[in-house]
Design a binder for this molecule. Structure first.
Ligand SMILES: [Zn+2]
Length: 323
C-alpha cells in the first residue's frame, strides 16, 4: 500500500502525464463510477495511472516524493552524514547494517544498507560525505518517518550529478491523538493494545489484493476474472492512547509483525490456544500505527485501518540506529 494522499497522487499523475489536473480527476471519478464505488479514490487513481502508462516504480523520484510503501524506487542524492556501522542479531542471523543521511534539493531521508557489498562501499571509503549517489530498486519503509532500505537486489553507485542546494531537514514524525483523528485522513498514532479479537481469514485476488467472490466454486475478482485466491488474515483490536480508544484493523503482513510470526504461520492462529498465547503477549504493548480511520456504517463505529506499524519501544536495530 502506498501511503500517498489522493491529492498527491493525482498531482503526480497530472505532472507525469501532461494532462490537466481536472482531466485526471474526471478520469478517476469515471473509473470509480464504472467500478460501482468498489474502489477507493487512491485505488482508482492508481488504475488511471496504469492506463496512462505511468509506473511510479520506474520514475526517478525526488526525495520529497518518496512515500512509505513505495518499492523499487530510483533516486539521486548527496550523502550528508554517514552513521557508524552497527552489528545486529535477529534470531540465528547476525549481520551488519549501515545507514546514512542522503538529501537532494527537496528533502532528506535516512538510507539503510543491509547488503555486505553495499556496506563495503562505505568501509572502503568509496561512499563518503558530500559524494552524490544514485540508488535504484530501494524500498521506502517506516511508520512515522520514511527510510529508504536497500537489499541485495538494490543498487547504489556514485553519480556525476551535481546537487548544490540540498535540503537536509528530515520531516519530524507527526503524531495525532486518537481523539483528533478525522475520518479519511492518513495519520500516525501511538497507542497501547488493550483488546485483541480472534482473527478471521478471507480470500483475495493475487493480483490486486481485492476480496474475491465465489461463483460456481470459482474465485472471481471484479478486475481480474477467475483467479486462484490468496488467503489473507484480518485482526481486530482496540488501541488506546489516553485520549480515546478506537478499533484498529490489521491485515496479514502487519499481523505477522505484531505477533512475531511469518505470514505463512498466520493460519496457526485458527488454533484457539495458539491464538490465546499470542494475544497475551500482545496485550499492553505500545506501537506506532500509521493508517487512516473510516466509518463502518454497518456497526456505526469508526475503525482505524492500519497501513504499517512499528513497536514504540523496540530494543531492536531501529533504536540502535538512532542518530
Ligand atoms: Zn484482482
Amino acid at each position: 500500500m502506498i501511503q500517498a494522499t489522493y491529492q498527491q497522487l493525482i498531482e503526480r499523475i497530472s505532472r507525469l502525464s501532461g494532462l490537466e489536473l481536472e482531466e485526471v480527476q474526471r478520469r478517476v471519478e469515471a473509473k470509480k463510477a464504472k467500478l460501482s464505488g468498489l474502489i477507493s479514490d487512491e485505488g482508482a487513481a492508481q488504475v488511471v495511472a496504469a492506463e496512462l502508462g505511468i509506473s511510479f516504480d520506474k520514475q526517478k523520484l525526488k526525495i520529497i516524493d518518496l512515500l512509505i510503501g513505495m518499492k523499487k524506487v530510483h533516486v539521486v542524492g548527496k550523502v550528508i552524514e554517514i552513521y557508524p556501522i552497527k552489528k545486529y542479531k535477529r534470531g540465528e542471523h547476525e549481520g551488519e547494517i549501515a545507514s546514512m543521511l542522503v538529501a537532494d534539493e527537496t528533502s532528506a531521508i535516512r538510507v539503510v544498507l543491509w547488503d555486505t557489498n553495499h556496506i563495503e562501499l562505505i568501509k572502503n571509503n568509496t561512499i563518503q560525505k558530500e559524494k552524490v549517489v544514485e540508488i535504484k530498486n530501494a524500498d521506502v519503509r517506516g511508520t512515522t518517518t520514511r527510510e529508504l532500505h536497500l537489499n541485495s537486489t538494490s543498487e547504489i553507485a556514485l553519480s556525476d550529478a551535481q546537487i548544490e542546494n540540498v535540503k537536509v531537514e528530515i520531516e519530524k514524525p507527526k503524531l495525532t491523538k486518537l481523539i483528533d483523528v478525522k475520518n479519511g485522513e492518513q495519520v500516525s498514532v501511538r497507542g497501547t493494545i488493550v483488546q485483541v479479537f480472534q482473527p478471521a481469514f478471507f480470500s483475495v485476488c493475487p493480483e490486486c489484493n481485492m476480496k474475491v467472490s465465489y461463483e460456481n466454486n470459482k474465485a472471481v475478482c471484479i478486475r481480474h476474472g477467475i483467479v486462484i485466491p490468496n488467503k489473507r488474515a484480518i485482526l481486530n483490536m482496540i488501541i488506546d492512547d489516553g485520549t480515546d480508544n478506537m478499533r484498529a484493523i490489521a491485515f496479514s503482513e502487519n499481523i505477522a509483525k505484531l505477533l512475531n510470526l511469518s505470514e505463512n504461520e498466520l493460519t496457526n492462529l485458527e488454533n484457539p490456544s495458539f491464538f490465546l498465547n499470542k494475544k497475551e503477549e500482545l496485550l499492553g504493548t505500545e506501537w506506532f500505527f500509521s493508517g487512516r480511520s473510516r466509518k463502518n456504517v454497518l456497526f456505526n463505529r469508526n475503525e482505524f485501518i492500519i497501513n504499517s506499524l512499528q513497536e514504540a519501544n523496540p530494543e531492536d536495530i531501529i533504536k540502535e540506529l538512532g542518530q
